[in-house]
Write a protein that binds this ligand. Structure first.
Ligand code: SF4
Length: 362
């Protein structure tokens, strides 16, 4: 594991609105309102997302006065790298500072099929899942769309040094994306836009803990984005113990919303199922889970959970993981065990941020 506490000279973070929050059309409208030609927006997008400059000053085909106008109204520098941790398997975890001093995590994962970025959507989280370090300090604030976009741009800038590309994005970092719904949708549209980062919808995955009304809203958007639900329990009683969100939106309601999503979009859903030793990892749980998802076009991802220092959960032994998988397979369920990445760095969501916070308060 290699950890670099960045001393790179990065511009100070400004508090102006992030230019990355704007859709191309919104930027065109803004330019027209400021007596500039709309086509300048195409040039600005080219500088932001293809050239990936870090200053308006570098946008050399824009007039000096337009560059100044942009600099007076927007910022490009929404994130500052504080820590960059590289795992022996190539996973890189970034800790970024925001303009108000809060910090967020973003992870670059290396797969055979390409480079995937896991983004954060909120500073902290109010959902309170009992296995998660990110929720310990509660929710501080939502991220602006531009602050989420900037995470992908920052990772892409790091990959530019080796001529590589971000090929997929997962919205599974800190926060509940459906609790910051509009900014999340804006983010999706921007990274998907062919004049921006041009990441195909089928290469983007959003994951929710189960905010039921938003699942209906998301289904009605009819986007081709991959959809995942953190399930973690095969019955409502156990789920309420692991995830307090289940007290507000019970498992039967959640499954009904998921059925609506699958019917409306024709797409399959992924169920994330964290395995917690002696809690939800027994054969009877697998049997119950198979019954629960029967008839739904779906895939189950089993996630052997990393030990989280602030919580009591222990890992499921390997044999038990395979037995759980086999039981699901015997019932005809599509299932995989997620490959662990970055286990020698603080890879469980929120761990790096939590550690940094502890160091700050020492
Ligand atoms: S697992 Fe996700 S939704 Fe649950 S508390 Fe953690 S960040 Fe929030």
């Amino acid at each position: 594991m290699e950890q670099v506490r960045t001393s790179k000279k990065e511009a100070a973070i400004e508090t102006l609105p992030s230019i990355y929050s704007l859709q191309l059309d919104e930027l065109k409208t803004w330019l027209k309102e400021n007596n500039e030609k709309a086509f300048r927006a195409d040039q600005i997008f080219e500088w932001l997302y293809k050239q990936r400059v870090t200053s308006f000053e570098d946008m050399s085909n824009l007039s000096k006065s337009l560059r100044q106008l942009l600099a007076d109204n927007f910022t490009i520098t929404t994130l500052k790298t504080i820590i960059e941790q590289t795992s022996s398997d190539g996973t890189i975890k970034f800790l970024f500072e925001l303009h108000d001093g809060y910090s967020i995590e973003t992870v670059l994962m290396r797969h055979e099929y390409g480079n995937s970025v896991c983004v954060t959507t909120q500073v902290g989280c109010r959902i309170g899942c009992t296995f998660c370090a990110s929720t310990l300090g509660g929710l501080k604030r939502n991220l602006e769309a531009g602050e989420i976009v900037a995470q992908v741009v920052k990772v892409q800038q790091a990959l530019d040094q080796t001529d590589e590309r971000v090929s997929s994005v997962v919205i599974m970092g800190i926060g509940e994306p459906f609790d910051n719904f509009n900014n999340m949708l804006s983010f999706l549209k921007i990274i998907n836009h062919d004049q921006a980062l041009n990441i195909g919808a089928r290469h983007i995955t959003v994951s929710t803990s189960g905010i039921v009304p938003k699942i209906y809203e998301f289904a009605d958007q009819n986007m081709q984005i991959n959809f995942a639900v953190s399930l973690h329990a095969p019955n409502t009683e156990l789920r309420s113990r692991l995830m307090p969100i289940n007290r507000a939106y019970k498992l039967p309601q959640l499954m009904e919303a998921i059925r609506y999503y699958v019917e409306k979009t024709g797409r399959r859903v992924s169920f994330e199922y964290g395995l917690f030793g002696n809690v939800n990892d027994q054969v009877e749980h697998a049997e119950e889970l198979a019954k629960l998802v029967k008839g739904i076009k779906c895939h189950v991802n089993l996630i052997p959970v990393n030990y989280v220092p602030e919580r009591d959960y222990v890992r499921t032994p390997k044999d038990q993981i395979f037995l759980f998988e086999k039981t699901l397979k015997n019932h005809g369920v599509n299932v995989t065990i997620r490959r662990e990445q970055g286990s020698d760095i603080d890879a469980a969501c929120g761990q790096l941020r939590a550690k940094e916070r502890q160091e700050e308060t020492r």
